[in-house]
Design a protein around this ligand. Structure first.
Ligand code: ADP
Length: 260
């Protein structure tokens, strides 16, 4: 009896270890695949604007006596592609910088309400273009230890997305709250929402739910990856709550006091 019980225990231990091992292998495979996808995505994303620029420039070269207007239009298109290329490279560099462990963030005691007000003010014209109402709900003044520039880019990215993936005439609400330990920034939209499947992946680099749509709206798919990195650097967390067709809420929680 004893012997059998011991064997059973040994056996279940072996099963458990094997399962754990299998899970690790699965995770590594997924990470590897994500890396490969990342590299091939980078190449693709960087090449696309260059291809367009080349075509546009060649048509300019080939045309003699082109009407001034058309000439201007081609040059403007080239500029747009340069801007896009620039966005992608800027985001990539930001990510690479954030991934270097040795680079410290520049923490100081910051008025979070003021930052959020400034961010919303800056994004107002984009919201107005879609007739979206931007609401700032502040439950109390919050002073916290953050990297001012990096935290502003977290808020900017979340509100920008909430506008981009919203419907015309929708609403975006940024709400700020705190307890004795943390402050909470919630950005809620009334937009298209994110499926449960996609919620797991939106923080991945270059991951975009709808690539065609994202290209149109000018996304790089790097915004949320950068956002998450910044939040983690502040020892914070970021969560999604979303329902397709109803809207999305991103909640960022960051400690009021930064302990290195
Ligand atoms: P992008 O530059 O494409 O916006 P992000 O990393 O910021 O890249 O977001 C990744 C993807 O997550 C987006 O392409 C979009 O599909 C989805 N997403 C992000 N925010 C929202 C939102 N508020 N509502 C719906 N989908 C969103």
């Amino acid at each position: 009896g004893k012997e059998i019980n011991k064997r059973k225990r040994d056996y279940s231990e072996v099963v458990e270890v094997t399962e754990r091992f299998q899970k690790t292998v699965d995770r590594m495979n997924t990470q590897n695949k994500t890396r490969q996808e990342f590299v091939s995505n980078v190449s693709h994303e960087l090449k696309t604007p260059i291809t367009s620029m080349k075509v546009l420039a060649e048509s300019l070269i080939g045309q003699q006596g082109m009407p001034e207007e058309l000439y201007q239009e081609f040059l403007q298109d080239i500029c747009k592609e340069i801007d896009r290329e620039n966005d992608i490279i800027t985001d990539l560099l930001e990510l690479v910088k954030l991934e270097k462990q040795d680079i410290e963030i520049n923490i100081s005691s910051v008025n979070i309400n003021e930052i959020l007000e400034a961010v919303l003010k800056r994004l107002k014209p984009i919201a107005e273009a879609k007739n979206i109402e931007l609401v700032f709900e502040s439950f109390r003044p919050v002073i916290a230890d953050v990297d001012q520039i990096k935290f502003a880019s977290v808020a900017t990215n979340l509100v920008e997305n909430a506008i981009k993936y919203n419907n015309t005439d929708g609403t975006v609400t940024a709400s700020l709250n705190s307890d004795h330990q943390y402050f909470y920034l919630k950005v809620t939209d009334t937009g298209i929402g994110i499926s449960e499947e996609d919620q797991k992946r939106v923080f991945d680099r270059f991951y975009r739910v709808d690539k065609a749509r994202s290209r149109e709206t000018g996304g790089t798919g790097l915004g949320l990856a950068i956002t998450k990195d910044i939040v983690l650097k502040h020892h914070g967390s970021i969560k999604i709550h979303s329902k397709e067709g109803e809207g999305t809420t991103f909640t960022v929680r960051i400690p009021l006091k930064y302990i290195p």
